[in-house]
Design a protein around this ligand. Structure first.
Ligand code: GLC
Length: 721
């Protein structure tokens, strides 16, 4: 209901004839310099500088970002609406990616929940908190699909799949825009950076762009996102921030997007580096005429374009269109009526409760085997008993900074519950909790190993918390190797050698190569970077108060040499066959991943049966419903993510072996069975045909329903003309 009201409010504001007329009359009164000023966006350093305030007074600034706190935004807004000639209010932006001060799981972690409602909840909470601190515009959600874990920004997105990525994008837009404007970024194809190298060139066919990278942006636009941010990268030689096909043809003519496009940092100026502009002014002309409305940080629009407009190198109509998009956005946000937007901050306890719940939902159980051997074999290692000495070891065990992740806005280490703290709060009184750091995250010293080994020897179980620093993923953080940094692997081996059962808790912003751990450690838990409630959420799962339900939104390779490796690949003419030398594979590793997309274990088990389709034949306009019976075959309640994939068996273009088209989170009690319906709208099975248009062709479609992209019950239906 709130969501509808919110959208209704925006719609009413936009529709008001008086409002539209007043904007037209405002535009008519603007000088060229004031028009270009609305297209100018600068970063502050916590507070606006005197020079920036003067630009506001002179009408040469449309917005500021990185102004922190209402005590700093309000005075600048007052200058804009009382001292400038036309009194146009400012946008105040900030990278509220996964929390303002109350930091939630990184988006890649949150995507592991396969729970769009959870993503909407954290985005709404983050937007609400940010609005209370003077922010009215966030540069989130980042919706870039990524297949290469070397790329650090894989941490900021929702993984490798466009269907999951689209649902998460729309959910985060809805959540943020309950209180502030959202920005879908980075438009587009940034995740295809070659070799996972940050800011690198991309080679993306139009088919792959439209089938893989664009859908989450389209979902964000359909959810009413206020703005998009144009990316740094080129798209097969044409930079995204000077690409009319992208920001005009696709975004406005095909999708009907009526919001505005802001460049990423100095990506307008960087068109000179790309070699498609010989001067800054030319770079500005190329970007503005391509459809990039607002120039972040390079000041080219405001400093260099007036002369080009006056010499008719840029039509005034192009400037006016961009300015109107900014003015309409400010009106949609209500800034002309209420420029200061005073808002109350949500209660911290409420924010932390959301962080803890979503944090636990984001945890993926990758391995959970018994420790005993043979007949002495006993229960799986997890969940742990709350009594009995436990050793907590590793550079991330009592770390309060790294759980905030790579981009944590106003998050503070002091707010974070470490894993050690979470475990201490969880175990029964009197239970011995031993701690040893063992090693640093990234250095060569093994001096701490002895204490770690000693602690493990005194304990019933050793919890090793290993992984990356927060700044080893995120922007400008591509890694050429994907192993545990430093000597952490050696620390793990030393502790495993004690014979004490080991639980490996991973804290990282990307898939890691876990060859040794996967073969020698009985229990492995992927926790990503979970934010302020990391320790409590992790302890909730380790000790069984919550049954893990996370599933991987990104494939984990066996070895670096497999990268890029992803589930929705095509079959090739020589599909991998271990018995055929001449087939698509390596001579030294399997072609299968270490852990596949959609994979995750539970403390219970689930069985699938009786997959049925509502019809064996369907037209494009029909919906085929897959019904499968899922049973909790274990001894405790658990949540399964039932996943439905489709393969278009024969088409005019080779299609992926599997494409995720539906999923449902289902909670079942021990022994409980439930028939789960998963609808497939046949029209959603489109691909880009030989004529470069979306098409659903008649033919056989195979449906897979199961617990991951690697297994499932099968059925087929015929799409008929
Ligand atoms: C950056 C990032 C972008 C961010 C912007 C503003 O360089 O690429 O994601 O929103 O600058 O901070």
């Amino acid at each position: 209901m709130l969501r509808m009201c919110n959208s209704l409010l925006f719609a009413v504001l936009l529709a008001t004839p008086m409002a539209a007329q007043s904007l037209d009359s405002l535009l008519a009164r603007m000088t060229l310099e004031e028009k270009l000023g609305q297209l100018n966006l600068l970063s502050a350093n916590g507070r606006a500088s005197p020079q920036q305030i003067q630009l506001v007074r002179d009408g040469k600034l449309g917005g500021l970002f990185n102004v922190i706190g209402a005590e700093n935004t309000t005075p600048v807004q007052r200058v804009a609406v009382t001292e400038s000639r036309l009194k146009i209010p400012l946008l105040f932006g900030l990278d509220v990616i996964h929390g303002y001060r109350a930091i939630f799981p990184i988006p890649l972690g949150e995507a592991s929940s396969f729970d769009p409602d959870a993503a909407e909840a954290t985005a709404r909470a983050a937007g609400q908190e940010a609005a209370a601190f003077g922010i009215n515009w966030t540069y989130a959600p980042m919706v870039d699909i990524a297949r290469d874990p070397r790329w650090g920004r894989i941490a900021e997105g929702s993984g490798e799949d466009p269907y999951l990525g689209s649902l998460m994008a729309a959910a985060r837009v809805r959540g943020f825009q309950q209180n502030i404007f959202a920005t879908a970024k980075h438009f587009a194809g940034y995740g295809a950076s070659e070799a996972g190298r940050e800011y690198a060139e991309t080679e993306i066919s139009e088919r792959t762009m439209r089938e893989l990278y664009l859908p989450p942006f389209k979902a964000a636009v359909d959810a009413g996102v206020a703005s998009l941010m144009s990316a740094f990268n080129d798209i097969s030689g044409v930079p995204a921030s000077g690409n009319a096909w992208l920001t005009d043809t696709v975004l406005r003519r095909e999708w009907g997007f009526s919001g505005f496009v802001v460049s990423d940092w100095t990506s307008v100026q960087e068109l000179v580096n790309h070699g498609i502009a010989g001067s800054q002014a030319e770079a500005g002309r190329r970007a503005l005429t391509a459809g990039v409305d607002m120039d972040m940080q390079s000041s080219i629009y405001v400093d260099s374009l007036a002369a080009l407009v006056r010499s008719n190198r840029i039509p005034m109509a192009v400037v006016d269109s961009a300015v109107m998009r900014i003015l309409r956005a400010k009106q949609r946000l209500g800034l002309f009526r209420d420029p200061y937007r005073a808002r109350a901050a949500p209660a911290n306890a409420e924010l932390r409760a959301i962080a803890r719940r979503v944090g636990a939902e984001s945890i993926v159980l990758l391995k959970n085997e018994p420790v005993g051997r043979g007949a002495a074999c006993c229960a799986p290692t997890l969940p742990l008993s709350k009594s009995g000495a436990v050793a907590v070891i590793g550079p991330l065990a009592d770390n309060k900074e790294e759980p905030l992740g790579p981009w944590h806005t106003q998050g503070r280490a002091e707010d974070v519950v470490s894993v050690l703290q979470g475990i201490k709060a969880k175990v029964t009184a009197g239970t011995q909790v031993l701690y040893a750091q063992g090693a640093a995250i990234e250095d060569t010293s093994t001096a701490g190993f002895a204490a770690a080994v000693a602690a493990a020897k005194q304990a019933k179980v050793a919890v090793l918390v290993l992984g990356e620093r927060g700044d080893m993923s995120g922007e400008a953080a591509s890694r050429s190797s994907l192993g545990l940094p430093g000597v952490q692997e050696q620390l793990l081996e030393a502790v495993v050698a004690t014979g004490t059962p080991v639980v490996l808790v991973l804290m990282n912003g990307r898939p890691l190569i876990l060859e040794w751990a996967s073969d020698h450690v009985p229990a492995i838990v992927e926790t990503w970077f979970l934010g302020v409630e990391a320790g409590n959420a992790t302890a909730d799962v380790l000790f069984g108060d919550l049954n893990p339900s996370g599933r991987l939104p990104i494939t984990f390779p066996r070895v670096l040499g497999q990268v890029p490796i992803y589930y929705n690949r095509r079959n090739t003419g020589r599909p991998a066959d271990v018995n055929n030398k001449y087939s698509s594979k390596y001579i030294d590793v399997p072609v299968t991943p270490r852990y596949p997309f959609g994979f995750g274990l539970s403390y219970t088990t689930f069985g699938y049966g009786n997959l049925k389709l509502s019809s064996a034949r369907a037209r494009v306009s029909d919906t085929v419903t897959a019904t499968v019976t899922v049973t909790n075959t274990g001894s405790r309640e658990g949540t399964e993510v039932v996943q439905l994939y489709v393969r278009d068996m024969v088409a005019s273009v080779s299609r992926p072996l599997r494409e995720l088209k539906a999923f449902r989170r289902v909670t079942l009690k021990p022994g409980e069975s439930r028939a789960i319906d998963l609808p497939i709208a046949v029209k959603d099975l489109w691909f880009i045909g030989l004529d470069r248009k979306p098409v659903v062709e008649p033919g056989t479609f195979r449906v897979y329903v199961g617990p991951s992209s690697a297994e499932g019950q099968e059925a087929t239906f015929e799409c008929i003309p």
